[in-house]
Design a protein around this ligand. Structure first.
Ligand code: AMP
Ligand code: MG
Length: 426
């Protein structure tokens, strides 16, 4: 066996993450497609959505009640003449003209407030007597009215290109008349599981063989992030076949490999990538789980084709994720996700953390930033996190029982029960 092909390049978590983010930020956006609003959930917006009119388009009443001059309610109870009724959605010719002093319009939630009126009194504080309304509560000017354009001005940008479309974004697009949206095409992500001991889920299995679970966890994470997973056949620990499959994987927009990146005798992934003249940005990160994570790119001059739908690109990025299943899942979250988001056209955003009190003390060795499976419980300001007992980074059972990862900084060896810790909701 030849010597390791690359110099080991082990970065802190922060540095490794920054390297990925920097490469992601330099990618040029890919192809677009036009989709119906209902099919745009979770997709990344490739246009900016602009207000087609002021929002709200008229001063809008937020209550059922009476549109009044606030100054008419200085002495209580006040009696005002009711001169008409305004429902939501009156046609242009049907909007009452002005409200004069001493008068009130009965008005419904969502209806346009007539000129002259500067407040809406809730119906609860009024009683109607013949054609007059008696009001028992004073009111400040502006109360229960949203001014025209207060939420957004006509022509202003409501949603930026690069936004992931959630229900609020889609509602906003609907509210400005967008029945279709330009979104970025989903990047294809090749998934290559490696290892002689790894067999397909439905294959007959020998006692010492391991079923391929990593391709499945990765496929889920890829789909959730906005990519299209392409599952390749399992690669044996054989450099020739591995190289064939890696070359096939490099046809996709991103290649994720699992296994074969530790320091073992048959950890061939880095060796084959080096043969392809890959550039390595890191070959390890000071984290647990996931230390042997690899990030790099292969130049397309090496005969790698580009996807027909995307603009020609000069590089294909890859991650060699550690084979241990929990490491695979965690390193996807920490490193592959931001890269895939960038390929998918999404604007960069920082990792989000919650905080919780530790239920039981933790003792670890310093030097690594740890992302340990835990259970988050408790309500409101009472959040508590407790590590799930585990057998290390191969323990999918423990990971599946956990609902978050507790983050332990590299300079801590002991964290006492009751201390606040950062938590990632995963
Ligand atoms: P490696 O990174 O190749 O040294 O593998 C580390 C551990 O992860 C070994 O116990 C492998 O059997 C296991 N492993 C590797 N690939 C997979 C996979 N695709 N699915 C499940 N376990 C795997
Ligand atoms: Mg292996």
């Amino acid at each position: 066996m030849s010597a390791p092909p690359t110099q080991s390049l082990v970065l802190t978590f922060e540095d490794a993450r920054r390297v990925v983010e920097n490469h992601g930020s330099r990618l040029s956006p890919g192809a677009h497609e036009n989709v119906a609003l209902l099919h745009s959930a979770g997709r990344i917006l490739a246009e900016s959505v602009v207000a087609d009119r002021d929002i709200p388009p008229f001063p809008r009443s937020t209550r059922d009640g009476y549109a009044v001059h606030a100054a008419d309610l200085e002495r209580l109870p006040a009696k005002l003449a009711v001169v008409g009724e305004i429902k939501a959605g009156p046609m242009p010719g049907k909007i009452p003209s002005r409200l004069n002093r001493g008068e009130a319009f009965s008005i419904m939630t969502g209806a346009p407030v007539p000129q002259g009126a500067d407040a809406v009194v809730m119906i609860e504080y009024t009683s109607l007597q013949n054609d007059c309304v008696e009001i028992t509560k004073e009111i400040a000017p502006g109360e229960n009215i949203v001014a025209q354009g207060a939420e957004a001005r006509r022509g202003s940008v409501l949603l930026d290109r690069g936004t992931r479309l959630n229900e609020a974004a889609i509602a906003l697009a609907a509210s400005v008349g967008k029945s279709r949206l330009q979104v970025f095409s989903r990047p294809s992500v090749a998934v290559l599981a490696t290892g002689d001991e790894i067999v397909a889920v439905d294959a007959e299995i020998a006692p010492t063989q391991i079923r391929n679970s990593n391709s499945y966890s990765l496929a889920v994470q890829i789909q959730e992030t906005g990519g299209e997973p392409v599952l390749l056949p399992i690669a044996p620990d054989d450099p020739r076949r591995l190289r064939q499959l890696i070359e096939q994987g490099l046809q996709s927009d991103l290649l994720l490999m699992t296994g074969g990146v530790s320091m073992g005798r048959y950890d061939l992934v880095e060796q084959v990538l080096a043969e392809l003249r890959a550039e390595f940005f890191f070959t390890g990160a000071k984290i647990q789980p996931g230390r042997p994570v690899v990030f790099g790119r292969v130049s397309c001059g090496a005969g790698i084709l580009t996807r027909a739908t995307s603009a020609p690109v000069s590089h294909k990025y890859f991650f060699g994720l550690p084979g241990n299943p929990v490491s695979t899942m965690v390193t996807f979250e920490l490193f592959a996700r931001p890269m895939l988001e960038a390929l998918a056209g999404m604007s960069p955003h920082p990792l989000a953390f919650l905080h919780a009190r530790l239920k039981a003390e933790i003792r670890v060795k310093s030097g690594l930033r740890r992302f340990l499976p835990a259970i988050l419980s408790g309500e409101y300001a009472d959040s508590q996190a407790e590590l799930v007992p585990w057998q290390g980074s191969g323990d999918i059972t423990a990971r599946s029982r956990s609902n978050c990862l507790v983050v332990i900084p590299p300079d801590r060896e002991h964290i006492a029960a009751g201390e606040w810790v950062a938590v990632m909701l995963r």
